[in-house]
Design a protein around this ligand. Structure first.
Ligand code: ADP
Ligand code: ASP
Ligand code: MG
Length: 439
């Protein structure tokens, strides 16, 4: 069993959808195809939801209309027979009538989730109709029948496996299954999602549930690059990464993978392969147990970070201080990313600001609190780099005059993290690439 996930660009036009068909057929083993929404759709749905939430139904209506026109064009050019074209048109109309039904005063968080789910529901139906039209046998598995998160927003792996297997057993002998990425139900049975970029996560959860031989993430670039190609020129694809390396890079901002994708695959020992839909012959990146040598493999950056410095004159020798500080973050369910300490103070970073005011209030019991917004974690990743003697020094030297707010090394063997103001992000990424990867 192989899982193949296709991102937004990979299903972004009728031609792209046709190419996906070639990639998923003729592999000789059962395949589950996990699809994202067509590129730009989820962003448009987020904008529509924002307009509705802020009381702008007319502007929302206009956006819904232009998105609908786009899909009408897709239906027109993707399908060739009158019968499937009609089926496609009807499906699009149903989804857009549903979107229009949200034009009411009360617009709840639950309704936002229902609205955001439409992109994947449409792309998977379009793909399924296309397969039907060209005579390829396949089954559409509704993700809402098996993908579920629990009360802690974590995937309910037992439920996913049981329900996915039950759905698939109804079609024994079928070799091609199609399903939606990103969307799921929550513990209350409501429509929910795995957060932006979540189709990668869907694919790895499905891979684990089915004990797949591999999970292939088909995207718009030829693999995991050594730096963020949106900020740095001349980045290169990395042939092999270990699970730990890839997990750290994804967690620390490499947009190519949803941050949670790797962990389930690592636990189950299922390789994750990144391939380019536009250039299927290119090698791509294989993420597996195996690492490929020493040194920094790649740099990633995570924006939207806030740093807090808690300074207490009484911290020196005061055991229990850290526990009290951490308990505050636990109370407000706010994860901490980086942490550095000195004798009298501790600096840490968070990216969820929902409860920042209460957190700062509570921290004031233990000392003064400084808050710096708009920071970026720059993260260098490579097996064992934290214990290499010259690596950290080389990184800091390469940053030159760029102000560094925090440095963290040794927390993980594989990661050296540096916090800089976000205005220096691009400069920092480029400086590190020149230092590390220009040969
Ligand atoms: P998809 O729609 O297929 O899920 P994404 O846009 O989510 O694709 O992810 C692919 C994009 O991630 C690339 O086009 C690239 O701009 C960006 N990206 C950021 N960091 C990296 C990296 N280290 N390697 C490759 N791509 C990266
Ligand atoms: N369509 C969703 C998004 O844009 C999920 C995904 O593409 O992975 O976030
Ligand atoms: Mg993505």
């Amino acid at each position: 069993m192989r899982i193949m996930k296709f991102g937004g660009t990979s299903v972004g036009t009728p031609d792209r959808i046709r190419s996906v068909t070639q990639l998923v057929t003729g592999t000789g083993e059962p395949v589950v195809v996990v699809l994202s929404a067509m590129s730009g759709t989820t962003n448009s749905l987020v904008e529509i939801a924002d307009l509705l939430a802020t009381g702008n139904p007319d502007a929302a209506q206009e956006k819904i209309h232009s998105l609908e026109l786009r899909y009408e064009t897709v239906v027109q050019s993707l399908f060739e027979t009158a019968q499937i074209r009609e089926k496609g048109r009807e499906m699009i109309l149903n989804h857009f009538n549903y979107l229009r039904s949200f034009m009411q005063d009360l617009f709840t968080a639950y309704e936002v989730k229902c609205l955001l789910a439409q992109g994947e529901l449409i792309s998977s139906a379009l793909f399924q109709f296309h397969l039907e039209e060209i005579g390829i046998q396949s089954v559409l598995l509704p993700a809402l029948n098996f993908m579920r998160i629990d009360r802690e927003q974590e995937p309910d792996q037992y439920y996913i496996r049981e329900n996915l297997l039950r759905e698939m057993e109804r079609y024994s002998g079928n070799l091609l299954f199609v399903t939606q990425g990103f969307i799921c139900r929550n513990a209350y049975g409501e429509v929910d999602n795995l957060r932006r970029g979540g189709s990668d996560y869907s694919a790895s959860l499905i891979g684990v549930a089915l004990n797949a031989s591999e999970v292939v993430i088909w995207t718009d670039i030829d693999g995991f690059h050594d730096n963020d190609p949106r900020y740095v020129e001349n980045t290169h694809a990395i042939a092999a990464l270990s699970f730990d390396e890839a997990a750290e890079l994804a967690y620390f901002g490499a947009k190519i993978l949803h941050p949670s994708t790797i962990l389930p695959a690592k636990i189950a020992g299922i390789p994750v392969i990144i391939k380019n839909t536009m250039d299927p012959g290119a090698g791509g990146t294989t993420i597996s147990e195996r690492s490929s040598g020493k040194g920094v493999k790649a740099i990633a950056a995570k924006d939207g970070i806030t740093a807090l410095r808690i300074k207490s004159g009484r911290m020196l020798l005061a055991y229990g201080f850290m526990r009290k500080v951490f308990e505050i973050f636990e109370l407000y369910k706010t994860p901490i990313d980086m942490i550095t300490t000195s004798e009298i103070s501790v600096s840490l970073t968070i990216d969820d600001l929902t409860n920042l005011a209460q957190i700062v209030d509570d921290l004031h019991h233990y000392g003064t609190v400084e808050v710096d917004h708009d920071q970026t974690i720059i993260c260098a990743v490579g097996e064992g780099i934290a214990s290499e003697t010259t690596t950290a020094a080389g990184l800091i030297k390469a940053l030159g005059e760029i102000p560094v707010r925090m440095i963290s090394s040794g927390g993980s063997e594989n990661n050296i993290s540096i916090l800089v103001p976000s205005t220096f992000k691009s400069q920092a990424l480029n400086a590190l690439s020149s230092h590390l990867f220009t040969h």
